[in-house]
Design a protein around this ligand. Structure first.
Ligand code: SF4
Length: 283
């Protein structure tokens, strides 16, 4: 089968940095924790777990050793509690996520009500919320009722949202009642480039695969965008998750991957797909 890989896909610099920091610490120390999965990819988490990385979900589960703050960041209150415990903290928060946190803090200092366009359950958003005293998270138009009336609103966006969604939400907020609106674009360029090249590619192929963690927000966004353009789009963790039946009758496949999908997952998938012969492999 002919396979075309999206021009931009796979690890972003924020994730690459977090993984390389984790590998370095694991080579030097025995007791290393990640506060939450280091990235939203089961294969990568399992690989680092075999190297000794312990993933915990709460600060209470850590008493000693070194703690890695993942690329999504952590709330200042969590960092303060870790400091109280006297554990060694290594911060691998992506600089673009740090920027969102910083902007939110500045908005609040300047008297704006902080508004985050994003998913309130996502760790990046939770960390930004934790940086200020009071923030409102709006995922879509159904959340607009959460905004206070006639307020001064300071708006940021979860880094991996799509520009279309960000723009639509700004329009919706702008049609409401507010005294002042201040917006800073906090979208991640790397995530946008992945979205653009995935959407472009999916229009040119018979079938499109989006590889990455099923719980990864940026991978899910890629899959949603591609599905709008090509209904034969499938979001898979890796090659093992593929039902080969869907390949029959298809000649050209497109492959993209989220910012948290390791290179080896993409390479293995592409290699197997290229070797797949829709005429012979059915038997
Ligand atoms: S997707 Fe962008 S914001 Fe998120 S970790 Fe990667 S580089 Fe940073």
């Amino acid at each position: 089968m002919k396979v075309i890989v999206a021009e931009k896909c796979g690890f972003c610099h924020g994730v690459r940095n977090a993984i390389s920091i984790a590998e370095k610490i694991l080579a030097q120390e025995d007791e290393v924790y990640s506060l939450g999965p280091i990235i939203h990819n089961k294969d990568a988490v399992e690989r680092l777990s075999r190297a000794g990385l312990k993933t915990v979900n709460k600060v209470d589960e850590i008493q000693s050793g070194t703690v890695l703050i993942r690329s999504h960041g952590a709330a200042p209150e969590q960092i303060a509690r870790l400091k109280e415990k006297g554990v060694n903290i290594v911060d691998a928060t992506c600089i673009l996520v740090k920027r969102v946190q910083h902007i939110a803090e500045e908005f609040e200092k300047d008297g704006y009500k902080v508004v985050i366009i994003g998913d309130e359950n996502h760790p990046e958003v939770q960390a930004v919320v934790g940086c200020v005293k009071d923030a409102v998270v709006i995922a879509d138009e159904s959340d607009l009722h959460k905004l206070p009336e006639k307020a001064r609103l300071g708006i940021v966006c979860q880094t991996t949202q799509s520009p279309d969604h960000f723009g639509r939400m700004l329009g919706a907020v702008g049609r409401g009642s507010f005294r002042e609106l201040k917006v800073i674009n906090t979208l991640c360029e790397e995530a946008i480039k992945r979205q653009q090249s995935a959407v472009q590619l999916c229009k040119e192929v018979d079938i499109m695969f989006v590889l990455g963690g099923l719980e990864s927000a940026n991978t899910r966004r890629l899959a949603d965008l591609c599905k709008k353009e090509n209904s034969e789009t499938f979001h898979l963790q890796n090659w093992d998750g593929l039902d080969k039946e869907i390949l029959f009758g298809k000649n050209i496949a497109g492959v993209t991957a989220g910012a948290s999908t390791p290179e080896w997952i993409i390479a293995e998938f592409v290699e197997n797909l290229e070797a797949f012969n829709t005429a012979e492999d059915r038997n």
